[in-house]
Design a protein around this ligand. Structure first.
Ligand SMILES: [Zn+2]
Length: 161
């Protein structure tokens, strides 16, 4: 069910942004793209999203230049898509703060110095706001799969099956 395209305040940039990324599943698809998912079937499996909905959401994201769809079938974040990282990171931090009783599910580290990255995207070691390609994702204690070794990887690094 798409959101109505007429908001009370059509001049509000939040309302306009939510027309692109505010529908159910869309930010989960974007999140998984940051986590290295690229193929339609992998998004479907990872998210458990109905394929018809996934297809609609991906088409919209490509139309809006958030994803590129290559000839080999892979979906990747564009430069515009990559600028959604602070949105995903902030939602992750907010969810960790309020809805993660078993502990955080994912830990973000600066790959260059292993510093923990805070909710503002800043590295505790070097103090920099860490660019996406230098962010390492690890499972935290609240992850349902546990924090097993070998489960750490860089953002955008393609998921291999
Ligand atoms: Zn650092």
């Amino acid at each position: 069910m798409p959101l109505p395209s007429t908001y009370p305040d059509p001049d509000c940039s939040i309302a306009r942004a939510l027309e692109v990324v505010g529908e159910r599943w869309t930010l989960m698809i974007v999140r998984d793209a940051f986590f290295g998912v690229r193929r339609f079937g992998d998004f479907a499996t990872q998210l458990g999203v109905p394929r018809a909905i996934l297809s609609t959401r991906l088409r919209l994201l490509v139309e809006h230049g958030v994803f590129a769809h290559a000839d080999d079938g892979e979906y990747t974040l564009t430069e515009k898509g990559l600028t959604l990282w602070p949105v995903v990171r902030s939602l992750l931090a907010w969810g960790d703060q309020h809805y993660a009783p078993a502990g955080v599910s994912r830990i973000l580290r600066h790959d260059l110095d292993a510093g923990l990255i805070d909710g503002d995207g800043r590295c505790a070691e070097c103090g920099l706001v860490v660019p996406v390609p230098e962010i390492r994702l690890e499972r935290g204690p609240g992850h349902s799969g546990g924090s097993a070794p070998g489960t750490s990887r860089l953002l955008l690094e393609p998921v291999t099956r």
